[in-house]
Design a protein around this ligand. Sequence first.
Ligand SMILES: [Zn+2]
Length: 65
Amino acid sequence: MSTQIIHCPNCGSYAHRRHLPQLQIVETACPVCDYLLVSCGKTGKVVESYIANMRGKESSPASRI
Ligand SMILES: [Zn+2]
C-alpha cells in the first residue's frame, strides 16, 4: 500500500491518494474539504465519489430551507 500526496481537485489543498492493489482501487481523500474519490486502479473508472461542498465552517449540516 502506498500513499501519495497530491493536490485536491476540489479545493487545491494537500490530499492523500492511496493505492490499494488488493482491491484494485485508488482512493483520493482530502481532509480539508471532505472530498473523497474512489476509482478503479485498473480502468480508472470512478467507483465512488463524495464532495462536501462546504466553503464556510460555520454552516450547519442540519440547516434546511
Ligand atoms: Zn479538498
